[in-house]
Design a protein around this ligand. Structure first.
Ligand code: MLT
Ligand code: ZN
Length: 456
């Protein structure tokens, strides 16, 4: 990188917001999984949208590539420098506008964390439709760029479904400002939705207008011991049909619970040990517990209920602490696939069998959002560059009509397998959009398409 334009950047953001020191850069250079890392000449931390635009324009002028970064909680290597790119950290853009109580909307800076947003809107009597375990660190901009999913997709959809408008900086430094809070706006292409899931390759998200949901004070959680995935799906289907407020349906297995218990020092689940577990949560203005227990009344499986916040969290811990427990054990291969619901049980059985036979060193830990057909296949026990298990799992996913990434994205981790579940026509259309919006390829090079695709 030609660093001669650093003085120009200093003039834009102030000297203290260019981090050149190796110690200061380190946290930005390695991702949360510790699997993806690189080095950056410096981290630049603009404080508002105009500064982001000026920084991007200066980098474009110098032909310098950028990696936009939020809370650095991504799981596919899409938010860290890989080949000497400058890291553009958005965490200082953390403004939160007053909640619009008539429309149920709020405007949020890209750098606000999910927990900050939740606290802000809850204080005004509202809630936000997306929730996930990394809420204290993940930022709204990163969540939009990756179209984050999480534990409430079954009811409220993913991040793209919360978007009413967006503000973003294009690769040439121009700013798109679409934050008017208009619920109806059919004036051409929906740029907010184009950027949702674009993984920092098309523009830098600087702010968003988000739809809020009512705060539902009555909540109930049920943890069930289920014999297998097919049973979890059957219970989920009947609870879905018998309730109006199902907000989460999470599946996990004995191997994950054992790991979580060891890592977090938790007792056995109150339903005893079981090959598989299903966690359900209902939320309603009132009587969520009645709704959930009556939907489960005909189901004869060991079940624990919780309505108080602390007890609900106690049941959730067995599911929510999977990610940290797995990472404490080693650097996992993290696969995040979606299957048609009627192939999910078959997938789970075949993945386990295939790994047992073909990659016996692999130690799979499965869990996921069963209502969305989304299974996280985490594999411990393999070297980071040993792709045998990844290859087999993603091939099987494609064979069964699934997606190789349900919610984490492609990043740099999955580029080689993108063609499995996106057609040549799909990829050509995406590449055309990429080259139209970022003709010099300075935004997050290598992400989604891979490095070789860009060099061709
Ligand atoms: C989750 O569902 O917990 C997240 O997708 C994180 C993960 O897969 O580890
Ligand atoms: Zn997930």
């Amino acid at each position: 990188v030609d660093v001669s334009f650093i003085p120009a950047l200093r003039a834009i953001v102030g000297a203290t917001h260019i981090l050149e020191d190796a110690d200061l850069r380190r946290a930005y250079e390695t991702d949360w999984t510790r699997r993806y890392h690189g080095s950056t000449p410096f981290v630049v931390r603009p404080g508002n949208t105009d500064e982001v635009a000026a920084v991007v324009a200066a980098c474009a002028g110098a032909g310098v590539s950028l990696v936009p970064q939020g809370g650095n909680t991504g799981l596919v290597g899409g938010g860290v420098p890989r080949a000497g790119e400058v890291v553009l950290s958005l965490t200082r853009l953390n403004t939160l506008s007053p909640v619009d109580a008539v429309g149920g909307e709020v405007t949020v800076g890209a750098g606000a964390t999910l927990a900050q947003l939740q606290q802000h809107v809850r204080a005004a009597g509202w809630n936000f439709g997306v929730d996930l375990a990394s809420r204290d660190s993940c930022t709204i901009g990163g969540m939009i760029a990756t179209n984050a999913g999480g534990i409430r997709v079954i009811r409220y959809g993913a991040m793209r479904h919360q978007l009413v408008g967006i503000e973003a900086v294009l690769a040439n430094g121009q700013v798109i400002r679409r934050l008017p809070g208009l619920r109806k706006d059919n004036t051409g292409y929906d740029l907010a939705n184009l950027l949702a899931g674009s993984e920092g390759t098309l523009a830098v998200v600087t702010a968003a207008r988000l739809r809020l949901i009512p705060q539902l004070p009555s909540r109930a959680v049920a943890l069930l011991a289920v014999p297998h995935t097919a049973a979890a799906l059957a219970v989920t289907a009947s609870v879905r049909a018998g309730t109006t407020g199902l907000e989460a349906a999470e599946l996990f297995f004995s191997e994950g619970v054992e790991l979580v218990r060891r890592h977090a020092g938790l007792p056995a689940p109150p339903v005893g040990t079981s090959p598989a577990y299903l966690l359900l949560e209902c939320a309603a203005p009132a009587n969520a517990a009645d709704e959930l227990s009556s939907a489960l009344s005909t189901i004869d499986l060991p079940t624990a209920f919780a309505t108080e916040a602390r007890q609900r969290e106690g049941l959730w811990a067995y599911r929510e602490r999977h990610t940290e427990a797995i990472s404490a054990e080693g650097i996992p291969h993290k696969l995040d696939v979606a299957l048609p619901l009627d192939r999910l049980a078959e997938f789970e059985g075949r993945v386990r069998q295939h790994l047992r036979e073909a990659v016996p060193e692999a130690r799979p830990i499965l869990f996921g959002h069963v209502g969305d057909g989304n299974i996280h296949v985490n594999i411990l026990g393999l070297d980071p560059d040993d792709d045998r298990a990844t290859d087999a799992v993603l091939q099987l996913t494609a064979e069964l009509g699934g997606s190789i990434s349900a919610e984490h994205g492609i990043g740099v981790a999955k580029t080689r397998w993108l063609h499995l579940t996106r057609s040549p026509a799909d990829i050509a259309a995406m590449a055309a959009i990429k080259s139209a919006l970022d003709p010099r390829g300075i935004l997050n090079p290598g992400v989604i398409f891979g490095m070789s695709a860009l060099r061709e």
